[in-house]
Design a protein around this ligand. Sequence first.
Ligand code: ARG
Length: 489
Amino acid sequence: MSRSESSSSTGSLADTSSSVPDQVAVTNSQWGGRFSESTDAFVQSFTASVTFDQRMYRQDIAGSRAHASMLRQIGVLSEEDLASITRGLDQIEADIAVGSFDWSVALEDVHMNIEAALTARIGDAGKRLHTGRSRNDQVATDIRLYMRDACDAAAVVCSRLLEGLLSLAASHTDTIMPGFTHLQTAQPVTFGHHVMAWFEMLLRDLERLGDTRRRLNSMPLGAAALAGTSYPIDRDITRELLQFDSLCENSLDAVSDRDFAIEFCSNTAICLMHLSRIAEELVLWMSAQFRFIDLPDRFCTGSSIMPQKKNPDVPELVRGKTGRAYGNLMTLLTLMKSQPLAYNKDNQEDKEPLFDSVDTLLDCLRAFADMLPAIQVRKAEMRMAARDGFSTATDLADYLVRKGVAFRDAHEVVGSAVAYGVQHSQDLADMPLDVLQGFSAQIESDVFQVLTLEGSVSARAHVGGTAPQAVTAAITRARSRLATAYMPN
Ligand code: ARG
């Protein structure tokens, strides 16, 4: 559910006068006993989270099933109660899945909606489910279960993207392009090497997701409201059923911290930062000024006024979505800042930014996983651009050093040759030998081997270098690194 949908529960901006309510809300039966008047109608919708936390219904029901089984095993629930609870939860889950469940804002959140529906369907056994549990440990458990699935889903699509990058790189181990620093032509590189730089960035993002998943897979259930419970619960039974690796060791911490949500939003922000860098290059490269690549029409849109336009909307949008990913991270950091132990209602605000980060990450990874393997590479243009920018100047300097010239002197010599080339619109490789020799007597006819683009890239054949054979070897290693990068357990 989007934020706009969720915020509609408090009415449109034009409705702000209703902050002094003229209607009286129904009494909340979940805590009615202590209260002498009904919740203010506006407060009821203001404090409700059901519009956005209902997306955790599967996790909430799974948590309840496990809790009920544990209560049965310690003798708190009868066999009949457990059977009706399980049957009731099954029905509720099926109804929610097909959209025939009536969510009620009066029941505040996903937890109380499901519990109230359970009691309505099975009677008193439903009221016994909440024994030894609080919504505080319940919600903390639900989010962790949800985030476990979110990490797994993101890892699947991130891996698909990484595999796509490996095949793109493999088809271009010897495609030459200019490498840039300061966006000025620096030295020739292979396009495969450039793509493998993207691979490295995103592989770390995948590993970060695995780290986060490993850390968050610890179970809060049993912490109850904040101090634990006086029932003789066996947390290990519930942990096993819910497939958590460990138990949260401290009840106060278990119900209150949301650092794992911050971690996920941080991972998303970093990953979107990486995707925005790739996006920026794609946008630049598709321009008439670069013409390095073309994107298939299905990833672009046109202009309603300029018939010639084909716009790289998908990379632009991914670049733009980085902003919301950063925003969500800031929101959660600020949400947690200075919160005293233990649970505070502030924490209800964790879900919308977190879910938005989940959706944004999944969508952006998917968009790139679909699009990147399909980019059309204009090899001739890339090569031409690499030739035009004096990209082998460093190679000439290195050549002179090999002939006995000190590097600083060689740098000076090549600088003069480049200045000459700029003046006469001539690349180093196109200058006649006698012209080159005019800059340094050490230059001989073998100089042209190092001035070629192929000579330049293949000279960098060490691990991490841009030579075709180095890139091929890097791709081979990358395949096995990818296979073990996301190791949740
Ligand atoms: N909807 C609440 C949340 O998202 C559930 C926990 C409420 N607990 C409480 N004591 N009010 O955090």
